[in-house]
Structures are given as C-alpha cells and as structure tokens.
Ligand binder design. Structure first.
Ligand code: ADP
Length: 397
C-alpha cells in the first residue's frame, strides 16, 4: 500500500509518499509559505532532482492539491492515479490524555483532538487543517492520526505530575505529556532490534537532539519519563527554547525589563536556548565554527547544552534503575560526533566508553561504544515518517 504521510504546520506542509511493503520513499517534499505571498512547492521524486514550483497557495487545500498533482504528474509523478494512495497518515502533535495510541480518524476523533487545541495552540489547529484539507480532496481514503504525545501516556503519575496544586491537574489536565513520541518509540524499538533483544526487556535512553530536543527513558518498551512537559518548552536547552528554568527568574526579568507574560514566553521560546546563550545562532554548525575560531560564545552554549543532556541521562538511569542502551538521534544527535563524545564523557561512572573511530559517523546507524563499554551507545537516525506510515498501515488493515 502507498501511504501519504502529512506533517502540517500553520504555513508549511511536509509530505512523503511511502510504499509500505518495500518501505521505500517514492517522493517527498514540502509546501512553504501557505497563505503568505511567495508560496512554493518543493517536490522530489525518489532518485530524481528537486523541483521547485512557485505558485499561489492561499489555503492548505490548494497546497495539498498541488502535492497530489505533482504525485500524478506525467513527467515527474510516481503514481498514475490518486487511488494508488491507500491511506493518509497525519502527524498530530497533542492528543492530551485522550490518545495513548494512534487512531483512525473519524468525526469523533477530530472533535477529541480539537478539544486538546488549547494544550498546543500553535500546532494542533494547523494539524487539523491538514486533515480536513486531505478529507476534502480524498474523501474515500482512510486517514490515521499519529500523536507526538501518545507514546508517553505510559508514564507513571509520579513522573507526569507537577509540584502544583492538584486541582490544576484535575481541572485543566496540567501535567507532563512529552513530545517526539514517534521518534522515541521508533529509535528505542530499532535499538532493541540491533541489540537482538526483546523490546520488553531493554532499558533505553533516547536523546532526540534537534532544533527541538528531548530525552526519553524507555523501560521494557514503555516510556517512563521524558524531558518535555505540558508544552515542548521544558527540559533540555534547545535551538531557541530555554528548557528547564526557575520560574522565579521570569518574574525577575519581567520586572526589570517591564515585560508581560506573553513577551516573556516569546523570549523563552524564540530567543533562548543555545541561540540565547551564544548570541550567535541556534544552529550547531555555526556554534562549531565559533569554537574553531576561538570565540568563547561557541563553547559556552555547547557546554551548557551537553551538560544538561548528560544530567538527564543520569536522572533517567536512576528512574529505570539502570540503562542498557543510549541512543543519539535527530539533527545534532545523528550528525555531531563531538557533541556525542562530550556528552558521553560525563558518563564514565556508568561504564560508558566511546570508540572514537566508530563515532566519526554522520547520519548512519552505528554502534559507537567500545566492546568493553558497560552501556551500548548508538548513533541511530530517526525516521518519524516511516513510523507514521507503519502505524497507518497497521490500523487501516
Ligand atoms: P527539527 O526537526 O527540530 O527542526 P532537526 O532534527 O532537523 O531539527 O535538527 C536540526 C539541527 O541539527 C540544526 O539546527 C543543526 O543545529 C543540527 N545539525 C544538522 N546537521 C548538522 C551537522 N552536520 N553537524 C552539527 N549539527 C548539525
């Protein structure tokens, strides 16, 4: 079956068409600046050149129509007719406590997702626009929603409750939800496969280190703790997000700089993280360059980032009473040997030893620990689209 995987944001839409039997990507691309002047479709068939088409896309429905037209285009298309798309898998960000697994989308599900909108006001409404646009254009094709939060619904109460008045949990469901669940699930499963061990018998810590970053403790196939919270702002230092911080510091800055809560949130989300600490960039490649040029802002941000990741690994080792496998994934985790090495240097007390030659790898599955290391460490590229396609097929069948 061919599965169209859709990741819809407020003004952009990423897609992949995946053959579920071979798990090959037939075509992929993205629509940018939907509803804004200068919109364009970037389309790439497997083995072919990237093609950029500039065209007005006032709505998401028009954007998806362009994607479908490209997929069946005589010259660069990869299917002949739209009925060769057997199902659509949608990435949905927040399923609250309502969704502990992926689900076939119907009106009831859409209403339930909509009721989670205030938990993810930037993401969920945009995701739903994508679902509705696909339903309009492909009314007879089954659709599946795969939630970023679902994998973490197995966390115990002690891990998801905040130290707040309990009534805020009861009234508003204020608690830790966690994100990147599709990635943490995919990577931890793959690590168990590579280890040749049953998923239900391995303690894994997955470090998803991209622009957004989170760590997850996966004990015997279940997420038992993760660093992101009610929103994706908590936890690690990220590209531009602060991660953990004393809430008291916010009041202090607000008073000093005469800012309201919304301005403070903007600073925490957009101007903090390694971007804020370095004052240079949110991109680790730029920070590496700064390190090479002996600019102290580079190591200042990198060290703070790596230290925080290592602290979470230590905490999650305690949460699981041990760890068998540590995985590094996403943009930084897959591509930055220096960061992996620097993080693992904090973990000597666990018996972690990195093989420098093996660690030179970028973007490839690779065991990077030595034969004598007490914990296995992997560079393990994530593949959220493939995970969504697999879930979609499993539910549709
Ligand atoms: P997201 O999906 O959260 O936007 P990604 O997982 O795509 O993020 O990661 C993007 C980040 O990965 C970039 O900001 C950059 O810092 C980092 N990155 C990508 N390639 C490299 C590389 N070769 N070396 C170091 N960092 C890299």
């Amino acid at each position: 079956m061919n599965v169209l995987v859709i990741n819809c944001g407020s003004s952009s839409l990423k897609f992949q068409l995946i053959n579920s039997e071979s798990e090959d990507v037939l075509a992929k691309g993205l629509c940018e600046r939907i509803g804004i002047e200068g919109s364009q479709l970037v389309y790439q068939p497997a083995g072919g050149e990237k093609e950029i088409t500039k065209a007005d896309m006032p709505t998401h429905t028009q954007a998806i129509q362009m994607v479908l037209d490209a997929l069946i285009n005589e010259k660069t298309g990869v299917i002949q007719k739209l009925d060769e798309i057997g199902a659509v898998g949608h990435r949905l960000v927040h399923g609250g406590e309502k969704f502990a697994c992926s689900t076939v989308i119907n009106d009831e599900v859409l209403a339930a997702v909509e009721s989670c909108n205030d938990l993810a006001p930037l993401h969920n409404p945009a995701n739903l626009i994508g679902v509705r646009a696909c339903q309009e254009l492909m009314p007879n094709v089954p659709m599946v929603g795969v939630f970023d939060t679902a994998f973490h619904q197995t966390m115990p109460e002690k891990a998801y409750l905040y130290g707040l008045p309990y009534e805020y949990y009861e009234k508003y469901k204020v608690r830790r939800y966690g994100f990147h669940g599709t990635s943490h699930s995919y990577v931890s499963k793959r690590a168990a496969e590579l280890e040749g061990k049953p998923y239900e018998e391995v303690k894994t810590i997955v470090c998803h280190l991209g622009n957004g970053a989170s760590v997850c403790a996966v004990k015997n196939g279940k997420s038992v703790d993760t660093s992101m919270g009610l929103t994706p702002l908590e936890g690690l230092l990220m590209g531009t997000r602060s991660g953990d911080i004393d809430p008291g510091a916010m009041e202090f800055i607000a008073k000093k700089e005469d800012k309201d809560i919304y301005q403070i949130m903007e600073i925490l989300n957009k101007k903090s993280g390694v971007f804020g600490v370095s004052g240079i960039s949110s991109d680790f490649r730029d920070l590496e360059q700064a390190c090479k040029e002996n600019n102290p802002a580079g190591p200042r941000a990198m060290d703070a980032f790596n230290y925080r990741v290592a602290k979470y690994i230590g905490a999650y080792t305690a949460a699981m009473n041990g760890v068998d496998v540590i995985c590094f994934t996403a943009g930084v985790g897959e591509n930055d040997p220096d960061n992996r090495k620097a993080i693992c240097e904090y973990l000597g007390f666990l018996g972690v030893e990195i093989d420098d030659a093996a660690n030179k790898v970028r973007g490839k599955e690779q065991l990077i620990s030595t034969a004598s290391s007490k914990v296995k460490v992997y560079c393990l590229p994530t593949n959220e689209e493939l995970a969504i396609a697999r879930e979609t097929v499993a539910l549709v069948r």
